[in-house]
Design a protein. Structure first.
Ligand code: APR
Ligand code: PHB
Length: 393
């Protein structure tokens, strides 16, 4: 049986779900196809820092209630190196702040809102395939409970993340992939322990980078730089805590992270990727399907939400006027932001990590950069402006 919708959406991560919600608010129909179960998507722990602009987008879209109640507003971060901590005060430098609220909480809010308004989200589908994106009536095909289904769409949004199928649907020769791999990874844990600081701490250390973050007053989210070839069994709890204590230590003493049971752990490789352009015919890519950033600037979800904001505006303009001008300009509009955010994420990453091939000269230069970034008001403002999020144009 062939169903019909205006926008077919592949992927129920933050990008696909937010798009479907914004389209609903604009009176545009959509269907979301997701390969995993609702429980899986809602329980998937990812980053948790929302830019001020992302919070504003969610609020404007009527999704700000639980976020306002449970989100932790942070007016700054700390950068720690050579045994000393330096605060970057976002509030005084930019007048803005960030909010710590888990990505999976955003996903839960989006699913609940969409389903409450009769939205179509099909979980646990398989064999999703796209056809006819070069024509006027692209088709999404999938299998659900053993039956093959078809949806005729006006447009398809590829919101299926870094391992999805949509990016690969842009014919070869029409897309260029720009990529950088980093020679390190992050080992991340979620621990039942009160965070030792109210704000995030990004630490540069001879042994490698470490990050202290949190999800609530009783849950810490902590990361240590590790080798991308490392396996979790090489990192018993005691080694993780030792490295965290070592890398986050203050020369003057008086700081110690609290340990607690480790509830989740994982190793994330780090890479930067941009697909250009982010569209082909009637297929539009958003979020991780189009670009990946290393997590050091906490930009992944924020960038996804900005893409979706632009795409929903362009689709709304099309359905209002019949003109494709805004849709045609979608990729270029996104990419201006994407490349600036790529630059910032790359810069934070290279400044804070230990690179295996660094010479003593490189190490000295890195320390000088950290000294400059935490000592010059102009440099601090630049970091702060990027961290709280560039204005959506
Ligand atoms: N068919 C259907 N669904 C798919 C397919 C497929 N072939 N491939 C992937 N998916 C689903 C995944 O299961 C996932 O739920 O697409 C969704 C993509 O979601 P995310 O990976 O969360 O990507 P996105 O919505 O772009 O959000 C970007 O997520 O990965 C983090 O760090 C990233 O914070 C950033 C944010
Ligand atoms: C997180 O809380 O998971 C987190 C915070 C900041 C980052 C990356 C991840 O840069």
């Amino acid at each position: 049986m062939t169903q019909r919708t205006q926008v077919g959406i592949v992927g129920a991560g933050p990008a696909g779900l937010f798009l479907s919600w914004l389209l609903h608010r604009a009176g545009i129909e959509s269907v979301v196809l997701e390969s995993r179960s609702r429980e899986h998507v809602e329980g998937r722990i990812r980053a948790g820092v929302l830019e001020q602009g992302t919070v504003d987008l969610l609020k404007e879209a009527g999704l700000g209630k639980r976020l306002a109640r449970e989100g932790l507003r942070h007016a700054g971060i700390e950068i720690r190196f050579a045994g000393r901590g330096h605060r970057i005060d976002f509030e005084s430098l930019t007048g803005k702040a960030i909010t710590v609220y888990g990505q999976h909480e955003v996903v839960k809010d989006l699913i609940a809102a969409r389903l409450a308004h009769g939205g179509a989200i099909h979980f646990e589908v398989s064999d999703v395939a796209l056809e006819g994106i070069a024509g006027r009536r692209p088709v999404l095909r999938y299998t659900k409970a053993g039956e093959v289904q078809e949806i005729a769409c006006d447009f398809i949004a590829g919101c299926d993340g870094s391992h999805g199928i949509c990016r690969g649907m842009i014919p070869q020769g029409q897309v260029t992939l720009y990529e950088r791999l980093y020679p390190f990874a992050w080992l991340g844990i979620l621990a039942e322990a009160p965070p030792a600081s109210e704000e995030l701490i990004y630490a540069h250390h001879e042994s490698g980078f470490a990050l202290l973050s949190m999800r609530s007053p009783t849950l810490s989210r902590l990361y240590v730089q590790c080798d991308p070839a490392d396996e979790l069994n090489q990192w018993p709890d005691a080694r993780i805590w030792d490295e965290l204590h070592r890398r986050l230590t203050l020369a003057a003493g008086g700081f110690r992270i609290a340990e607690g049971p480790i509830l989740q752990r994982g190793i994330t490789p780090m890479r930067s990727l941009v697909a250009e352009p982010m569209q082909a015919g009637r297929l539009f890519l958003t979020g991780d399907a189009a670009h990946i950033v290393p997590p050091t600037g906490a930009k992944g979800m924020n960038l996804a939400m900005a893409d979706v904001h632009y795409l929903s505006e362009a689709l709304a303009a099309y359905y209002r006027t019949g003109a494709t001008t805004e849709l045609d300009g979608y990729s270029a509009r996104c990419l201006r932001r994407v490349w600036k955010v790529q630059r910032f994420s790359w810069w934070m990453t290279t400044m804070l990590h230990r690179h295996p091939t660094d010479s003593p000269f490189d190490r000295r230069r890195q320390l000088a950069e950290l000294d400059y970034v935490t000592g010059s008001e102009a440099a601090m403002r630049s970091l702060a402006e990027n961290y709280v999020g560039l204005t959506l144009d």
